[in-house]
Ligand binder design. Structure first.
Ligand code: RP5
Length: 179
């Protein structure tokens, strides 16, 4: 049961329906939101409650520490963290929380997101971040859904149905090129 003193996040940029969020989505800047929003779409498809906010590792380090320290006690089950450039947010949160952290490398104007990718993926042993491909916040949302679905028969069935729909889609694409 989450501590009632810790049930309110620092602030909220956006959130799903007002029930206790299971997934916390944070990003270094509101300029990351157009990329990160795809995670919320994926979570909505599975009916998983989320919250989203800007928690910058470099511009608001103390708030980042508070977010990371409180996330578990607030009832979150997973954190999705996106950042661009020198993208330290996912790794720092992984150091602060026992929750699984999924990192989203946000592509910026220069270097095509390779800087973000390498900043997030090269974590030292002992502090894991599950890094998705550059800009792929949808996969971050789907991976979070799989984590939440583990041990939940209803959500697992939804994931199986979703995977079957991917096969149907791929088969339909094949029809277009098959003789
Ligand atoms: C990073 O710096 C943020 O995650 C963002 O991707 C990037 C640029 O931020 P803004 O200058 O647009 O606020 O920390």
């Amino acid at each position: 049961m989450p501590d009632p003193d810790l049930t309110t996040p620092l602030s909220v940029l956006a959130q799903s329906e007002p029930i206790a969020p299971l997934v916390g989505i944070v990003m270094g800047s509101d300029s990351d939101w157009p990329t990160m929003e795809a995670a919320t779409v994926a979570l909505d498809e599975f009916g998983i409650a989320w919250e989203a906010d800007v928690v910058s590792a470099h511009r608001m380090p103390e708030d980042m520490v508070t977010y990371g320290r409180q996330a578990h006690a607030r009832g979150l089950r997973c954190i999705i963290a996106g950042a661009g450039g020198a993208a330290h947010l996912p790794g720092m949160l992984a150091a602060l929380t026992p929750l699984p952290v999924i990192g989203v490398p946000v592509p910026l104007k220069y270097l095509d997101g390779m800087d973000s990718l390498l900043s997030i993926v090269q974590m030292p042993a002992g502090v894991p971040v599950a890094t998705v491909s550059i800009g792929n916040a949808r996969n971050a949302g789907l991976l979070a859904a799989r984590m939440i679905a583990a041990g939940d028969a209803g959500l697992t069935q939804k994931m199986l149905d979703f995977q079957a729909s991917l096969r149907d889609l791929a088969m339909a694409k094949g029809e277009k090129v098959r003789l």
